[in-house]
Design a protein around this ligand. Sequence first.
Ligand code: SF4
Ligand code: SF4
Length: 377
Amino acid sequence: MVPLGVGDLAVMRPDELSGLLAAIQGRGYTLLGPTVRDAAIVYGEIAGADDLPIGWTDEQSPGSYRLTKRSVGTFFGYAVGPHSWKATFHRPELTLWQAERQENGGFTIHEPVPQTARVALIGVRACELAAIRIQDRVLLEGPFADPHYAARRRDVFVVAVNCTEPGATCFCASLGTGPSVGSGFDLALTEVVTDTEHFFVAEIGSSQGAEVLGEWPVDRASRSQIAEATARTQAAADRMGRSVDARDVKEVLARNLENPRWQETADRCLGCTNCTQVCPTCFCTAVHDLTDLSGRTATRVRQWDSCFTRSFSYVHGGSVRRSGMSRYRQWLTHKLSYWADEFGSLGCVGCGRCITWCPKGIDLTEEIAAIRALDQR
Ligand code: SF4
Ligand code: SF4
């Protein structure tokens, strides 16, 4: 058998997935992957392939998410759920330091050492890899790298999955962030189910990926198997539920800051912050100081924050963005307009989470289309 290297494509049977995950575990990685919990597909620690959402799919629409059983036992036959990999690297809550009062009146300061986690992410979609790249740019590659994020990003094995079942709220194809993964993975799987066959085409993205896959005798994928896999990903791109015209969205939003549509949307928005919490690229945090009742210990904690709260823009004497309209406008124009000036790309990857998990079903693709229509008029 010819050894496989980076860029090669192998074929795997479903019963080999357990062996693949065990081989990754054998290298000291904790497996994090999709699993069914609380009537949703969420990310958490998994013991192996049996913990994946076998035979489940999701039905998504603005403000709605439902799991249903499929007639076939697919491992990755669903779109993204409410969790993203953001929480793995950019923790929702982090203690920055703790101060303890000493008997002599002085203080001792304890600062947690940034923790490296050797984790393997299983089932990462193309839009999620794009989101991780955006967070890397902000939290790792900017002038003020976050040491906690850097430590958690250091030792990661990525098993990506090319999407074959896009959700009705997805629009990654129109932003060029999916449904096929391009780079940034160790292995990328495409799951193919036909009337007679169920197999994975596995693309090798790194030497580590080649080593793991080389632990047992896998075959190269045939031309017809590769063609089947490519056709499924292409079909996923063609039937994506929504789209955004990315060519000039930055300019359209920038010249429509006084568009009446902002107020219409704000009248529906509850300011619940769901959209920012589920978004895989939102990175804003707030810092809180907490003291215990005895006054002996003070803790400084960093938590995810949201630009949808009034307190988010509080500076001396009051909030800068007092109206719901100004807060919704800030969020959308940041994501799809001036993010490009700050970081060189749009801040949205088209995952659709903010549409599905908005209790009012506010849909940013619809909002952009409405603003665009008024702009053209
Ligand atoms: S703004 Fe919405 S669609 Fe875009 S990346 Fe965030 S959650 Fe996904
Ligand atoms: S999820 Fe919807 S209702 Fe909640 S803050 Fe976001 S846009 Fe407003």
